[in-house]
Each structure stands twice: as structure tokens, then as C-alpha cells.
Design a protein around this ligand. Structure first.
Ligand SMILES: NC(=O)C1=CN([C@@H]2O[C@H](COP(=O)(O)OP(=O)(O)OC[C@H]3O[C@@H](n4cnc5c(N)ncnc54)[C@H](O)[C@@H]3O)[C@@H](O)[C@H]2O)C=CC1
Ligand SMILES: O=C(O)C(=O)Cc1ccc(O)cc1
Length: 363
């Protein structure tokens, strides 16, 4: 029997637990600071055992996953190293930054146990065990950051366990991880928050801003709704990288201001052309560090109750919708409904079902 201990059974920890629970020879124990969250995860069948202390969860564990906010990872690392751990135990984490916790662990870990940092690059703006899902990591990248002192055997053992997540494991140096993830995840979150706050300020003078920001603006700024506690910790932890990235960002914005000031249409054209060319090379339909929504559009006759019918149809087939939005609905024009799913499997199942019920579906 292998024991897996999940410390912090929220969105990420709960999703990992769901991947492992019920697998042959695995028992999942959970610990959380919030007894209510822990009770919820036990009721939902996310963990086998709810532990009231960290020590109880860690005792005899073969794997321990720290799934708590980045700001308290070091505290838990210290606490774990003060308890009696099983020989060969692997401690990992799911924190969004990797350099500081890896360095912290390297300086303290004893030879009998191992620390291998991890970052499953999938998630959402939601939090808590209610949002946990066994498919969260499917087809996503899962970064592991072992260093030269990590025994091959321990790394392989962790990779083998993580096969249950169906994620693609990639090995990356911890500092390199923080630079890249800083650029493709942390910086976009800062920009989204700043942009939303800029518009919110204008809206104080004129409420039309909020009305016209519906739809596309709302979609492209979805990540601004991330959990403030979690993002405070991430940004502070990666602040040296972010300060550099923000200086570069200021440069990009200043370049646009210059082009506008000098009326340089050719320059503006080239900026869009360059961005479009790089963007077209980005992998499509692959889970990245910012969650993609899988959208389909269907023409719907304008009659009351249609949204309910579609939602019920999908619900009856256990297809999870993440959003539903009417794009056009006037008495004389057929409406277009946009259905958003969190993964390709749900989207494909929905397309098949809707076509079967004679809806006209477009991607
Ligand atoms: N939310 C996301 O999309 C992603 C988050 N991460 C990382 O995963 C980690 C966890 O984030 P989420 O699962 O999203 O958060 P969450 O809020 O859903 O879960 C965190 C859990 O930790 C518990 N917790 C908080 N303080 C604790 C403490 N002192 N002791 C024990 N438990 C405590 C909370 O009660 C909660 O159940 C963070 O380090 C975050 O950076 C990584 C990838 C994606
Ligand atoms: O909401 C989204 O799409 C995210 O960006 C989720 C997320 C948050 C933190 C991470 O370290 C990785 C992914």
C-alpha cells in the first residue's frame, strides 16, 4: 500500500487526490487548516482519510503534496522536516513558483527524504475543493524541478505516480520555470487586473463603460478574477522576475504611445503583423498555463426556455458547462448561443449531442 498525503485539499490538492483515489494500492490522506473544507472533501469522496493534524497526515506517507498557498510553503516544509517521515518519502508541492521553495528545501532536506518541486500548469480562477476535478490536469504540462542532488529513483517514482494525472511531465530548472511562467502567466494576470481597474475607474464617471465591456472584454480579462490571496503570494514570491518583466512591458506600451504620437501607421501595422505571426504559431487546443475555454456557437430559435432546454440536455448527459452566453437575441433575428466548456472532451461530447438533437453547431 502507498500512502499519499495531500496538505491543503482545495482546487489543486483536491484534484490531485481525485486522480489518485481508488487507484490500486493507493490510500489518500488529507489535511487542511479548515475543518469545514476537509469535511467537504471527505463527503465528496475526494480523500480516504481526513487527518486533524499535519503529523497524522504525514506519518508513514510515501508521497506528501503541499497544495497550500505559496506564502506558507516554507512553513510547512519546516514543520514536515520536524516530524518523523518515512524513509524515502517524497515531498512535492504544486506552487506556482519554484525557485524559492526549491532552494529552501535543498538547504534543509535530510538524505532520508526527498523534495521535488512541482507545478501542474492547469487550474482556473476558482478555488476550493468544490471546484476540484479528476480531469483538471489531463493533457496539461506538469513541471517538475528536481536538481542535481535528486536521486533518479525518487524522480522516477514521482513521475510514475503522476501518470494518474494524465498530464505531460516536463523537467525544468526551477529558476528557468519562474522566468517563463512569470512571462506567460504572472505578467498577464497583472496586466488583466490593471486593465480591469483602469476601466472600473472610468466607469465611476460613466456607467456605459461597464455595459459595453460585456462579452469579449469580460472574456479576455477572466484571469483578473483569480483569488487575491493566492495571487498576492505568487507575485511577491516572483517579484524580481516580475519587476524585470514590467520594465519590458512599460517599454512595449511606450513604443505604442510613440507610434501613435508620431502617427506611424506603418509601425502600428507591423506591430499587429508581428504579433499575429507569433500567435499563429502557438499550439492550438493544448492546455497551457492559462486555462483555455472551449467554445461552441449554436443558432437558436428565439423562444423562451431555450437556454434551459440546452442546459438540461447537457446536464442530463453529465456534460459540464462552464459558461453560457446569448450573443444576439432580438425578436426578428435568431439568437446565437455561446457555450463554453473547460475541456475538449466535454466540448466534443456536447457537439455530438447537440447535433443529434438537430441544433446547428459551429466552432
Ligand atoms: N488555482 C490554480 O489555478 C493554480 C494554483 N496553483 C497553486 O496551487 C496552490 C493551491 O492553490 P489552490 O488549490 O488553487 O487554492 P485553494 O484555495 O483552492 O486551496 C488551498 C487549500 O489550502 C488550504 N489552506 C490554506 N492555508 C492553509 C494552511 N495554513 N494550512 C493548511 N491548509 C491551508 C485552504 O483551506 C484550501 O483548502 C497554490 O500554491 C497555487 O499557487 C498552481 C497551479 C494552478
Ligand atoms: O485562471 C487561469 O486560467 C489560470 O491562470 C490558472 C492558473 C493559476 C496559477 C497557476 O500557477 C497556473 C494556472
Amino acid at each position: 500500500m502507498s500512502k499519499v498525503a495531500i496538505i491543503g485539499v482545495g482546487l489543486m490538492g483536491g484534484s490531485l487526490a481525485l486522480c489518485f483515489k481508488g487507484k490500486p494500492g493507493i490510500r489518500v490522506a488529507g489535511y487542511d487548516i479548515s475543518p469545514a473544507e476537509l469535511e467537504k472533501s471527505l463527503k465528496r469522496g475526494v480523500i480516504d482519510t481526513a487527518c486533524s493534524t499535519l503529523e497524522e497526515a504525514a506519518a508513514d506517507a510515501d508521497f506528501i503534496f503541499l497544495c497550500v498557498p505559496v506564502g506558507i510553503l516554507e512553513y510547512y516544509m519546516d514543520k514536515l522536516l520536524q516530524t518523523t517521515l518515512k524513509e524515502g518519502c517524497i515531498i512535492s508541492d504544486v506552487g506556482s513558483t519554484k525557485a524559492s521553495i526549491s532552494k529552501y528545501a535543498r538547504n534543509r532536506i535530510t538524505p532520508a527524504v526527498h523534495f521535488i518541486g512541482g507545478h501542474p500548469m492547469a487550474g482556473s480562477e476558482r478555488s476550493g475543493v468544490e471546484a476540484a476535478a479528476s480531469h483538471l490536469y489531463e493533457n496539461a504540462f506538469y513541471v517538475l524541478t528536481p536538481d542535481e542532488s535528486t536521486p533518479r529513483e525518487a524522480y522516477d517514482r514521482l513521475v510514475q505516480l503522476l501518470q494518474y494525472t494524465k498530464a505531460q511531465i516536463v523537467r525544468v530548472d526551477a529558476k528557468h520555470h519562474d522566468e517563463i511562467v512569470g512571462a506567460v502567466s504572472h505578467l498577464p494576470h497583472v496586466i488583466a487586473v490593471a486593465l480591469v481597474n483602469q476601466i472600473a475607474r472610468y466607469n465611476e464617471r460613466d456607467g456605459l463603460y461597464r455595459s459595453l465591456a460585456a462579452g469579449g472584454f469580460r472574456d479576455i480579462t477572466r484571469i483578473a478574477s483569480g483569488h487575491p490571496d493566492m495571487w498576492r503570494d505568487i507575485l511577491l514570491n516572483n517579484r524580481h522576475v516580475l519587476l524585470r518583466l514590467l520594465r519590458d512591458w512599460n517599454g512595449e506600451v511606450a513604443k505604442f504611445a510613440d507610434l501613435l504620437e508620431s502617427g506611424d501607421g506603418d509601425g502600428i501595422f507591423k506591430e499587429f503583423e508581428r504579433a499575429g505571426a507569433f500567435r499563429s504559431q502557438l499550439p492550438e487546443r493544448r492546455k497551457g498555463v492559462i486555462t483555455a475555454l472551449f467554445d461552441v456557437y449554436i443558432d437558436v430559435p428565439d423562444h423562451p426556455g431555450i437556454i434551459g432546454q440546452i442546459a438540461t440536455l447537457l446536464g442530463n448527459h453529465r456534460i459540464n458547462l462552464s459558461n453560457i452566453h446569448i450573443i444576439e437575441s432580438r425578436a426578428d433575428v435568431p439568437g446565437v448561443l455561446r457555450l463554453s466548456f473547460r475541456n475538449e472532451t466535454d466540448m466534443d461530447a456536447a457537439i455530438e449531442l447537440l447535433k443529434l438533437h438537430d441544433y446547428s453547431v459551429q466552432l
